[in-house]
Design a binder for this molecule. Structure first.
Ligand code: FES
Length: 185
């Protein structure tokens, strides 16, 4: 009888050991699968969420024109440019207007035609020798300095450079209706 109990006891212990090993490997497999899932899921999640956290940015410099066109800046020269913007997965190509003019120091300036008040399009009035905004009557000097009306600052200066004899500009958007030029995109 005692020997039978001993045998029974041995069988139960082996069962426990086998069950424990199975549970252990099961847990290990579960952790491994979960880890693989995370490893594979993170890149997919980043791809899907990319447009939400990616900041819109300019793709490159835009061509304004050959430098010979700007040898005489006695009066501002209007130019149309093509701006390429990367916004998440989207590539947006849009036309914009700029003015090439002379600053108070005599150096070349490229001004955005977007009014710094509320974003209307500023035009050059040759007769009056000033820029005017049709929306609320803002006026600016030929170098872009604010002269009159509600705009809280002068016309926005854009970064520019000369490359292979061409004038290039980096078009930027600025916060409206604030006294200082703040880039927003
Ligand atoms: S938008 Fe130009 S003056 Fe208001």
């Amino acid at each position: 009888m005692e020997a039978q109990e001993k045998i029974q006891g041995n069988v139960n212990n082996e069962d426990v050991i086998i069950i424990n090993r199975r549970s252990f490997f099961g847990v290990l497999l579960g952790i491994g699968s979960a880890g693989m899932g995370v490893l594979l899921g993170v890149p997919v999640l980043r791809y899907v969420l990319y447009p939400l956290y990616a900041k819109s940015k300019q793709d490159s410099w835009s061509l304004v024109g050959p430098m010979e066109e700007f040898s005489n800046l006695d009066t501002p020269i209007p130019k149309s440019i093509t701006v390429t913007q990367i916004d998440g997965w989207r590539k947006v190509v849009s036309p914009q207007s700029v003015y090439v003019t002379k600053g108070p120091d005599g150096n070349m300036r490229v001004l955005s035609s977007i009014c710094p008040h509320l974003g209307c399009s500023v035009g050059w009035h040759k007769g009056a020798d000033e820029f005017t905004c049709p929306c609320h009557g803002g006026r600016f000097a030929p170098d872009g300095k604010h002269v009159f009306g509600p705009p809280p600052r002068g016309m926005d200066n854009l970064p520019h450079k000369i490359q292979d004899g061409n004038l290039m500009v980096r078009f930027e958007y600025f916060r409206e209706n604030v006294p200082n030029q703040e880039v927003v995109g």
